[in-house]
Ligand binder design. Structure first.
Ligand SMILES: [Zn+2]
Length: 144
């Protein structure tokens, strides 16, 4: 039999005592919180990407190519929205509405903006976020 370390021994003893105390009370055994097994990570705890996430990943890949083809490679809100712009760093696509409200077609209705401006507009009321996305798209010389 393996020899237990003092900590293991204390834990085992605590479990045994808890089990016996529960038995004495006549209810089903449940180890106290501090001596339960830790949760296994990476198996049940992590969510796999869902259908929407996968769809957006494939649309985003296409958008990157299309935007580059028409020369949109930096923040489209530079000069439109006052913010500390990172220009062609930390860029991402912004939609006209929250992701959960978007249809598949809406996924292509995006502007390319830096993370700082994204942080600003994403907390705006829905209509204002839609307005700046729509007007930025409308003012483009070439559409991706
Ligand atoms: Zn910017």
């Amino acid at each position: 039999m393996n020899r237990l370390s003092p900590t293991d021994y204390a834990t085992a003893l605590a479990r045994k005592n808890a089990r016996e105390a529960q038995k004495a009370r006549g209810s089903k055994f449940r180890a106290p919180l501090n001596c339960r097994q830790p949760l296994k990570r990476g198996v049940a705890g992590r969510l796999k990407p869902g259908k929407k996430t996968k769809e957006w990943a494939s649309v985003r890949a296409k958008l990157k190519v299309r935007f580059a083809a028409v020369g949109i490679t930096s923040c489209e809100l530079l000069g439109i929205l006052p913010h500390l712009c990172t220009k062609d760093n930390y860029l991402g696509f912004a939609h006209a509405a929250k992701r959960r409200k978007l249809s598949s077609d809406d996924l292509y209705h995006v502007i390319l903006i830096c993370n700082h401006s994204h942080n600003i507009i994403e907390v705006w009321p829905a209509e204002e976020m839609k307005r700046i996305v729509d007007s930025t798209i409308h003012q483009r010389e070439k559409q991706p």
